[in-house]
Design a binder for this molecule. Structure first.
Ligand code: AMP
Ligand code: MG
Length: 521
């Protein structure tokens, strides 16, 4: 297996001189060298073929070299794997040093003219593992592998996942944090992204007043990922950099809101500096539309990271990043102006996105009102977000509100609750919607196909991932393969996979893994 190794992070930035893999605080360094743990009996479960192609590895996936490299059994010649040092705000509180506790960066490569960092998740402890073991279990690894790829095909900026493998080792977990520990199968995924740098990588240096390394890291990121602003001088460069991060993060969260994705743990250490969705933990997909919903049981009380809060949390996280970058700029005004811009741009982009979901090309006050109203109506009785937006395109200009209502019927979980005020509210909404549709120039068929392009038919519903996990725990990987294939074309009809276009089954309503997830992974 021949890789075009082009390391930058561990070549251009300062390393921790201590090479002992002992948990500790690491100062004045961006990373520590660490060797992945050797798995006892590694076995590949799934390889994302398109990621393999992206990396020019498509002819290697059946080789021992591939298996060994992407499970940590062997280290590629002349590479120096490492774990990054970063800090972060967890649930609103500064947590100090966190770092790659169970992620080990293998190398950066160039393939097809692009740079990719390769990172194993679950390949053993690092100096940043704190009190944990550095390992990952099969269930969370399946969730990360499938969802990274599903998000990519939905058009959402995300880290990718090359491979999912069993380590052959057992991992002890208290899945529900209720004192019941049990052994689970250990697994490793190989994540792939242009960079895995997070807001927290900057924050740790700012918190420690290590402005030299703060600047090192900012210069590194700009030089390698934002060449277009690299020539700017002094603080202008860092202001432009902050603007880039703000724009990318905004774009990411608009996509999350569009597809109904709830990240679940939007701590600043889980915010990518490139605006990629990163760290798939207790994430979930909205089924019944509820802005207050979060899958994360740790957040059950405060709902800090609930669906409807995500855009505001991105802003909160950006404020923390602005604070971290401040020493390089020493002027609050330009940073504040950019943060104010986030709010204005968000409002505009959100309306544009929602109008697209509704199939309305023109935006005016009526459309804005219609968007607010649809979000209210979707909460009147449990209504499936994905199905609602996927069925709405079937409404035709000539329909009566009653006919239109029939067309979205499939989205409702409790048809008995539709009587009376719920039906009235939808009839009122559909009356206004039909009136606006009639002012649109597109014909019904054209509008329908445009709407299909932004309203997915297939998302990785929480219970779908759980079915894949339950089967995989018994050694059957067919559902993983099938879901991977369906989710590659989420906007296509794919009638052969119609069974995955369905409301959450009743058994999954309160089942662990389907409606509730802990951070235990
Ligand atoms: P998270 O919010 O799940 O992304 O994780 C927060 C921090 O805990 C990060 O520094 C992770 O690297 C670390 N962490 C999470 N799980 C483990 C684990 N099993 N072993 C070591 N570190 C972990
Ligand atoms: Mg994390």
């Amino acid at each position: 297996m021949k890789l075009n190794i082009q390391d930058t992070f561990n070549k251009e930035l300062p390393a921790d001189p201590n090479k002992n893999n002992i948990r500790r605080k690491v100062f004045e360094a961006c990373y520590s060298y660490v060797t992945p743990r050797i798995p006892s009996n590694p076995k590949l479960i799934h390889v994302a073929d398109e990621v393999a192609e992206l990396l020019e590895l498509e002819r290697e996936t059946n080789t021992d070299e591939f298996l060994h490299m992407f499970t940590g059994k062997s280290v590629y010649p002349k590479t120096s794997p490492y774990a990054m040092c970063y800090g972060g705000h967890q649930f609103g509180h500064w947590a100090g040093q966190l770092g790659d506790g169970r992620a080990i960066n293998l190398a950066e490569i160039k393939a097809n003219g692009q740079r990719w960092a390769l990172q194993l998740k679950g390949a053993g402890a690092t100096p940043y593992s704190r009190t944990a073991d550095g390992l990952a279990v099969l269930r969370s690894s399946i969730r990360e592998h499938l969802c990274s790829e599903a998000m990519h095909y939905l058009g959402v900026p995300t880290t990718r996942s090359l491979s999912l493998a069993l380590t052959g080792d057992e991992v002890l977990r208290d899945m529900l944090y209720d004192g019941n520990q049990a052994y689970e199968k250990g697994a490793v995924v190989c994540r792939v992204a242009p960079s895995f740098v997070r807001f927290g990588n900057f924050q740790i240096f700012a918190a420690r007043k290590d402005h030299k390394n703060l600047k090192n890291l900012a210069d590194y990121t700009i030089r390698n990922y934002h060449k277009d602003i690299n020539a700017l001088d002094g603080k202008e460069k860092y202001i432009a950099f902050f603007q880039k991060v703000v724009d990318a993060s905004l774009d990411m969260v608009i996509h999350w809101q569009r597809v109904g994705f709830v990240h679940g743990v939007m701590n600043t250490d889980n915010m990518s500096i490139l605006g990629l969705t990163i760290d798939y933990g207790p994430y979930g997909w909205l089924e019944g539309y509820d802005p207050n919903w979060t899958p994360n049981t740790t957040d059950r009380e405060h709902h800090r990271y609930a669906f409807g809060n995500q855009p505001g949390i991105v802003l909160w996280n950006l404020v923390q990043l602005a604070n971290a970058l401040y020493p390089l700029i020493e002027e609050a005004k330009p940073l504040e102006a950019i943060l104010d811009g986030y709010q204005t741009n968000f409002d505009q982009k959100y309306v544009e996105m929602m109008a697209q979901k509704l199939g309305l090309a023109e935006i005016n006050k009526d459309v804005e009102q219609l968007i607010e109203d649809v979000e209210q109506n979707l909460q009147l009785t449990e209504t499936d977000m994905t199905i609602f937006y996927r069925e709405l395109p079937r409404v035709q200009k000539k329909n009566t509100p009653q006919e239109a209502f029939q067309k979205i019927h499939k989205a409702f979980y409790k048809p008995l609750e539709l009587a009376g005020s719920v039906t009235d509210a939808w009839t009122t909404w559909l009356t206004k919607y039909l009136k606006l549709l009639q002012t649109e120039t597109d014909r019904d068929e054209t509008r329908k196909f445009k709407m299909y392009e932004v309203n997915p038919k297939f998302v990785l519903r929480n219970y779908m991932a759980q079915l894949a996990i339950d089967a995989a725990n018994k050694g059957n990987y067919e559902i993983i393969n099938e879901l991977y294939e369906v989710l590659k074309r989420p906007y296509n009809e794919q009638p052969e996979y119609e069974k995955w276009y369905a409301k959450r089954p009743e058994w999954a309503r309160h089942k662990v893994g389907c409606s509730m997830l802990s951070c235990s992974s």
